[in-house]
Design a protein around this ligand. Structure first.
Ligand code: AMP
Length: 418
């Protein structure tokens, strides 16, 4: 998915490129078309997910379409409620920069408490198109007739959970009373406590539901398994698991492009619909594969970390680490691709005896022990206990443990040979 595919205008695409956003984030891919279509949205999204641009871009586009040329008095069409002064500033800045290239200039007002009200009242003279505000100060300004909310067509609640945590429930209620009943509502929250859910349900009308889970928080929902196996039995084991588990779709991670080609070829020979997902395939070819994967025309994608970076397939039932990742962070990213959108998922790692130590470091990072399993017919010929520490090493460099890394050893060798 690209920004251009999401239906944004050339001016907004220019702004996106200027900010060096190359690909839309998951929440942007889901939210932008829905917001453009005028739908309500309920998104579980953290700071850092790209949620601001997810609502700002489509709202800017719609504002451009609706704006009356030459009108002196601006009417507030978009109201963004935020919990804090910092966030109001950040959101205001993002909207201003994304609006930079738009032909019809917009007026954005950023309002917050804890600062003098007069400059804010002055700024609101002549109205504004977009108001970003903390709830308390907005009510003060409304009480002073400094603005009207009668023409608001979209309300955004940003970080709704924090709005409630900070005790703004009553203020929100009073603000809602001043808004037209007929409007679009966009609701963003990092968590969904019962109170947040209640507010969302009261506010939203047939919303598009978007859940972009935080990777680390989501880990407990993912069943992690570690299967000890010999290197040359991995493909057979993979075929066995695919058949036994009857996964609709599975993402298999390997360490190199070469491995992605060879493993996928072997799976194809076993009659499994598979593609190698690596940097050798063009962007277009990869998008095609992803579409086929999502539509269940391909059952298995054998991917490298690099190529898989942009993959976001909701409800992926399983991820297999055919090769272990280099780092614990990569591990978390890989397994975070399963169990998305509230669905439960399964992550299976194949553990070669020589990679046992590396996997222990990965376990340590997430403070979780994953019991080692052996499967009948796939028992490893060697266990890590049979090996000297020198024989065990990370698959491709890996994270630094106490032992010398390959690089360290090479450096020492080079120094000795001088
Ligand atoms: P937010 O979740 O809205 O607070 O955004 C987090 C950060 O991600 C901000 O610094 C944005 O500028 C940045 N960002 C938003 N969308 C993208 C994108 N599609 N690609 C790269 N960075 C982005």
């Amino acid at each position: 998915m690209t920004f251009a595919n999401l239906g944004l205008s050339p001016e907004l695409l220019l702004a996106v490129a200027a900010r060096q956003y190359t690909l839309p984030t998951a929440v942007q891919t889901e939210a932008i078309p829905a917001v453009l279509a005028g739908q309500d949205v309920m998104a579980l999204a953290q700071t850092g997910s790209g949620k601001t641009a997810a609502f700002a871009l489509p709202l800017l586009q719609r504002l451009q379409q609706d704006m009356e040329e030459g009108s002196k008095q601006r009417k507030v069409k978009v109201l963004v409620l935020v919990p804090t002064r910092e966030l109001s500033g950040q959101v205001g800045q993002t909207i201003e920069t994304l609006a930079e290239h738009l032909p019809k200039k917009l007026k954005v007002a950023v309002i917050y408490g804890g600062a003098s009200i007069n400059p804010q009242m002055m700024h609101l003279r002549g109205g504004a198109d977009v108001v970003i505000s903390t709830p308390g100060r907005l009510l003060d300004l409304l009480d002073n007739n400094a603005l009207s909310l009668q023409h608001v067509s979209t309300l955004v609640l940003d970080e709704a959970d924090r709005l409630l945590d900070l005790g703004f429930a009553d203020e929100i209620k009073r603000i809602l009373e001043q808004l037209p009943a007929q409007r679009q509502n966009l609701f963003f929250s990092a968590t969904f406590s019962p109170a947040v859910k209640k507010l969302a349900l009261a506010l939203l009308h047939e919303p598009k539901r978007i859940a972009i889970a935080d990777l680390t928080e989501n880990l407990p929902d993912i069943a992690q398994r570690a299967i000890a196996v010999d290197a040359d039995k991995r493909t057979r084991l993979l075929v066995h698991l695919i058949k036994e588990q009857q996964w609709e779709r599975v993402l298999v991670f390997v360490a190199t492009k070469y491995a992605s080609d060879t493993v996928s070829n072997k799976l194809k020979k076993a009659g499994i619909k598979t593609e190698a997902f690596n940097g050798d395939a063009s962007q277009g070819a990869r998008q095609h594969m992803l579409a086929d994967f999502k539509a269940n025309r391909i059952q298995v994608l054998v991917a490298t970390d690099l190529a898989a970076r942009g993959i976001d397939v909701a409800g992926l039932p399983a991820v297999v680490n055919y090769d272990l990742p280099r780092s614990a962070d990569d591990y978390i990213h890989r397994i975070g691709r399963t169990g998305r959108a509230g669905a439960s998922g399964c992550a299976i790692s194949f553990i070669l005896a020589e990679h046992e130590m590396h996997f222990r470091l990965i376990e340590k990072r997430q403070d979780k022990r994953v019991p080692r399993e052996t499967l009948a017919g796939f028992e490893p010929s060697q266990t890590s206990g049979d090996m000297t520490p020198e024989e065990t090493d990370a698959p491709t460099g890996g994270i630094k443990g106490k032992r010398k890394s390959k690089k360290d050893k090479l450096r020492e060798l080079a120094a000795q040979n001088k």
